[in-house]
Design a protein around this ligand. Structure first.
Ligand SMILES: [Zn+2]
Length: 262
């Protein structure tokens, strides 16, 4: 029996057969995107796709470091409520200290990029850059750790690979799923009410929200064959980037009509 900081990985003898059960892990998933939707306003004009990168920035770093063999992950076959990932060593992407550092880095990068493209006259460029935008980017990046704290078991280090925390909502599959969907719905509702957009884009945003709910249903309830750690990390890169592309495309829908509007 192995338990504790590497996740409540339990081997137990039952009817003469060793069963493995992983109680840890599903990562808070579409709930992260609720923050991206909620952060975007007419005032800060931060592109939705940038916020989609920001809220998953720590997982992008995590997936990259797993691919490089620096952070460690077990993919354990067994009956689990959702994910089969045991992130037992991720101090550089998911400790509280590094999460703060990455948030500051992201805010700084956003500020630097925006300040190099000031006052562009094009409608959709960075001319609308607001001073609070880098702070919002930083908070969006850090929100990932807070939501992971709610969902993860005790696998999030405060520093290095030590003092691990996590409320483990994942252990309660239905409430965890309900929270993800409620967060997403709330975020999308804020996005729709706080941003002016044509009806066609509103419809696309709602359709995207429904697609994310379907993805979450698959992630939470549909049993899957476990992939290797590297394939899992690659999947994270591919899927998250796909969502970023959709977020980018959505804000282009009906733009011409909006631009020409009086
Ligand atoms: Zn994470």
């Amino acid at each position: 029996m192995r338990d504790g900081c590497s996740g409540a990985f339990v081997k137990r003898r039952e009817k003469g057969v060793w069963h493995k059960r992983l109680y840890v892990q599903t990562k808070m998933f579409v709930g992260h995107y609720s923050v991206a939707f909620a952060c975007r306003t007419e005032r800060n004009k931060i592109p939705l796709w940038v916020l989609f990168v920001a809220v998953q920035f720590l997982d992008y770093i995590w997936a990259t470091l797993v691919l490089l063999g620096i952070e460690k992950l077990r993919v354990i076959k067994g009956f689990t409520a959702g994910s089969m990932l045991d992130s037992y060593f991720h101090p550089y992407s998911h400790s509280l200290i590094t999460a703060v550092i990455w948030s500051v880095v992201a805010a700084f990068v956003y500020r630097t990029v925006c300040s190099r493209h000031p006052f562009d006259s094009a409608q959709d460029r960075l001319s609308h850059y607001s001073k609070s935008a880098p702070l919002i980017i930083g908070l969006a990046v850090f929100s990932h750790w807070i939501l992971d704290l709610v969902a993860h078991p005790r696998d999030l280090p405060i520093y290095d690979n030590a003092a691990k925390v996590g409320f483990g909502l994942w252990n309660y599959r239905d409430p965890e799923f309900a929270l993800e969907i409620a967060l997403l719905a709330g975020g999308i509702a804020l996005y729709l009410t706080r941003n002016a957009m044509p009806a066609i884009r509103k419809g696309a945003v709602i359709a995207f929200g429904i697609a994310l709910v379907i993805v979450q249903i698959g992630d939470t309830y549909v049993p899957r064959t476990p992939l290797s750690d590297k394939a899992t990390a690659m999947g994270v890169w591919i899927f998250y980037t796909l969502f970023v592309i959709v977020a980018f495309a959505i804000e282009k829908i009906g733009r011409r009509g909006q631009t020409n509007a009086p």
